[in-house]
Design a protein around this ligand. Structure first.
Ligand code: K1U
Ligand code: ZN
Length: 213
């Protein structure tokens, strides 16, 4: 794995292995570079960055590979079955997925610059969740099958035909890359209720705590 300058891990918080420990960093010696994966904070509604349209990846380089490692660490820790880079604050068109069941071996999948090139007329309903909208679930209707083109970690182009949970997840994550959240597919009444609830919660956490009287 290539070494990553510590400064490049901006916005990162230490991986579990470092939790509670002080990392001694000799900025001028060999240890000035770390290659460790980092657990990153997941943006939560109503964070405005979730509404940003992410930029295409121009070159699949070491920085993109480090981003993907951080995404997997963060996704598995959450836990989640998918993650878009913008959910950890990086506006790049990168998606990670792992749809393996608990008892199955891990099946990490990476989609760089994913694009839906075909969608079926047939629809499927799935109760979706989102790591950026914790503990809220809603039924979303989407095309039952999609064809998606994307680049892999070597920058090689691929196209897959997806159905079932893979089709749902890919569409959910590609929506994230376009600043769209699954609640945008719900009725205005339901969406407004969720937005209000999360706006209230954010206000509560940002308010200074009053000293006990
Ligand atoms: O993009 C995200 O926020 C991740 C999201 C993906 C997703 C789930 C369901 C339908 C569409 C897209 C999640 O991973 S939510 C958590 C979740 O579904 C889950 C977590 C642990 C085990 C099984 C599922
Ligand atoms: Zn989501």
């Amino acid at each position: 794995m290539p070494a990553i300058p510590l400064e490049a891990a901006e916005g990162a918080r230490p991986a579990a292995a470092f939790a509670g420990k002080t990392r001694r960093i000799d900025r001028f010696g060999a240890t000035a570079y770390i290659a460790a994966m980092a657990l990153r904070d997941i943006l939560i509604l109503p964070d405005k960055r979730l509404r940003k349209v992410s930029e295409p990846v121009k070159k699949v380089d070491a920085g993109v590979r480090k981003l993907v490692e951080d995404m997997f660490e963060t996704m598995y820790d959450a836990p989640g079955i998918g993650l878009a880079a913008i959910q950890i604050g990086t506006p790049k068109r990168v998606v990670t997925l792992d749809l393996a069941k608990k008892e199955e071996a891990k099946n990490p999948q990476v989609f760089i610059n994913p694009e839906i090139v075909w969608a079926s007329d047939e629809k499927a309903l799935y109760e979706e969740g989102c790591l950026s909208i914790p503990e809220y679930y809603g039924d979303v209707e989407r095309p039952a099958q999609v064809k998606v083109k994307y680049l892999d970690l070597d920058g090689e182009p691929h196209e897959i035909e997806a159905n079932g949970l893979l089709a749902t997840c890919l569409q959910h994550e590609i929506d994230h890359l376009n600043g769209v959240l699954f609640i945008d597919h719900l009725s205005k009444l339901k969406r407004d209720r969720v937005l209000k609830k999360f706006a209230k919660a954010a206000k509560r956490t940002s308010e200074p705590k009053r000293a006990a009287e």
